[in-house]
Write a protein that binds this ligand. Structure first.
Ligand code: NI
Length: 243
């Protein structure tokens, strides 16, 4: 029969102890590496999903709803009521010449957390003007908006999506275009507008509508109800751009 000497037992216990430490530390390192790999892979997958419009969970289902050409004293107020009821923040691109007389509507927009941007003074196609005239369309509108809300807009939605980089560099504003356009201005068919938007929506989309038409306002509120029931979250368009 083989017998351990006291010294051998001591040594064996010592090795067991070291083994346990090595296994313990090794496990922690492996777990940390695995967690890191999973984290990086998830971040990459999320990025791809957002780009391709596949939503993986509710926190990523962000869309922005934007309204051009207003304000209009009646339809814009109705829209603001509906947005408030649904706790939705939207983005409004105002036409400068529509501001006078509608200051209360604009103040309300601002106070209720909507983002306000510039849509030129006379709804002109900017690339058909010389740079100075185009600048004046934008500056005049910025001044009018600043007078009402005390803040100068940072974003411009150029009418018809037409602008030049030279112009933008001179006015120091960010262009904000759109990705979903149901052409609501061309139809009174509320159902058609709603379907065009809700059937093609994906994460990170920016929806274009016009708050100067009652039909568009009604469609907008239906769109919001449908998309909210699908887990979409409405954010102001600058949040989409920043992502
Ligand atoms: Ni417009």
């Amino acid at each position: 029969m083989y017998r351990f000497s006291k010294g051998m037992i001591k040594k064996k216990k010592h090795y067991n102890y070291i083994n346990k430490i090595i296994i313990g530390v090794g496990s922690i390192i492996i777990m940390a590496i695995l967690t890191l790999v999973i984290f990086v892979q998830k971040a990459q997958a999320d990025k791809q999903n957002i780009q391709s419009g596949i939503c993986t969970d509710t926190t990523e289902r962000c869309v922005a709803i934007t309204f051009d050409d207003g304000p209009n004293p009646k339809s814009t107020q109705r829209l603001l009521d509906g947005l408030k009821e649904r706790n939705v923040k939207a983005t409004f691109f105002l036409v400068g010449k529509n501001i006078e007389g509608n200051e209360d509507v604009i103040k309300r927009m601002y106070e209720e957390g909507h983002l306000i941007g510039n849509h030129t003074y006379t709804h002109v196609q900017l690339d058909t003007l010389n740079v100075n005239m185009a600048k004046s369309e934008i500056i005049q509108t910025n001044e009018k908006i600043t007078e009402v809300i005390g803040e100068c807009p940072k974003y411009i939605r150029p009418p018809f999506g037409a602008y030049s980089d030279k112009l933008l560099s001179e006015i120091n504003m960010m262009p904000m275009l759109w990705s979903v356009d149901p052409e609501d201005w061309a139809t009174k068919d509320i159902r058609g507008i709603v379907n065009k938007v809700t059937k093609n929506i994906k994460c990170g989309d920016i929806i274009l509508l016009h708050d100067i038409y009652d039909t568009s306002v009604e469609a907008a509120l239906e769109i919001i109800d449908i998309l909210q029931s699908q887990g979409y979250v409405f954010v102001t368009a600058d949040q989409i751009l920043l992502d």
